[in-house]
Ligand binder design. Sequence first.
Ligand SMILES: Nc1nc2c(ncn2[C@@H]2O[C@H](COP(=O)(O)OP(=O)(O)OP(=O)(O)O)[C@@H](O)[C@H]2O)c(=O)[nH]1
Ligand SMILES: [K+]
Ligand SMILES: [Mg+2]
Length: 421
Amino acid sequence: MGVMEKIKEIEAEMARTQKNKATNYHLGTLKAKLAKLRSELFLEQSGGGGGGSGEGFSVARNGDARVALIGFPSVGKSSLLSSLTTTESEAAGYEFTTLTCIPGVLNYKGSKIQVLDLPGIIEGAAHGAGRGKEVIAVARSADAILIVLDAGKEGLQKHREILERELETVGIRLNEKPPDVTVSKRKTGGGGVRFASTVPQPHLGPEPEKVVTQILREYKITACDVLAREEITVDQLVDVVSGNREYKPCLYLYNKIDTVTIEEIDQLARMPHSIVGSVAEGFNIAGPMEDDLLKQKIWEYLGLTRIYTKRKGSPPDLVEPVILSQIRKGTSVKSLCDNISSEMLRDFNYALVWGKSAKHAPQRCGLTHNLDDEDVVQIVPRTVKQQQNDRNYTNLAQSFADKHAKKRLEAKKQKQARLRG
Ligand SMILES: Nc1nc2c(ncn2[C@@H]2O[C@H](COP(=O)(O)OP(=O)(O)OP(=O)(O)O)[C@@H](O)[C@H]2O)c(=O)[nH]1
Ligand SMILES: [K+]
Ligand SMILES: [Mg+2]
């Protein structure tokens, strides 16, 4: 039986099985099996062959962050790219106008955001329909996803769900945090799965340990300690165990609101993580640089942060901020140094910070301090003398260690000689 048939069979069995306490354990096992088969299928397909022309959309990463435009055909993705960036992507009134990945750069608040226009996807994309696999692979590589929907289309909510499902099938989790669960495999201490939780686990049924054991068995893990620090579902546990999940912020844009009534617009605007707009009319999308809602939201979902650096005795550089991202490498002083140069990190002594993250102006901070948008930072390196001292101490420590190692070796030799003699 092929992977696809096995998947179909399990899905059918899950549909037949009523959801209640007694079947919780069985459903958990099925979910784990399904997740494993789906990832097999995905890997099989992304490893070349099967559907499409086989050509990937390899577009070099560029700028401070990457956003992928995902949606059904003709919802206005290319029109949007052309309005957000200086790149012109062909737009037309027929489906599948765009057949490849078109990158553009959005300049916003001193950052450069790479925006990727893509072909439209349809139901079954994750399993290779259209060029779905390639499109979804690009979504996986993005820092955030912008799902574009046509506000005037019938079955709009269904579209949203289909797109979410296609992305979820390949392990992308939208607007979710990685579950706070650790699985530590045990080398000693015997087999068996030990499950502990700091909170009650109502979703795992009356015997959580049994459910957990069964799911781990599907992944051939039999000796380990599992610790949950929050309430989790079976799906979340499967995500943790399978390990190749991508957690991504996702913003939904209901485009073409010029074609629907004000009541409909009002409803759409209340959907979670959503904004409404019209590329054609410029509403919420192509307004003046800083107060345009879509750009603001993209910035927010990417967790971007501007840091103005300054040198001793000079004013801060307000023209070219260093852009850090909360969702990528974080906004600590260490990330800032890393972003500038390896020497900056090597010679770091402390940072002087002005702005929202500082308790007083300036605050003297170490590498772990988290910075806020528009903070001003001066990095103070260790003095030449301190650096020289560091090197001397390192050398001293080394010769000390060498001397003792030598002594121990000699003592060992003498002991062996004594035993022999
Ligand atoms: N009324 C209206 N039409 C729009 C709007 N935005 C885009 N369109 C039109 O919608 C049609 C499709 O736009 P495209 O930008 O080609 O859509 P796409 O999502 O890139 O389409 P594919 O590449 O074929 O998947 C074009 O005729 C656009 O002019 C809008 O806000 N309002
Ligand atoms: K089109
Ligand atoms: Mg297009």
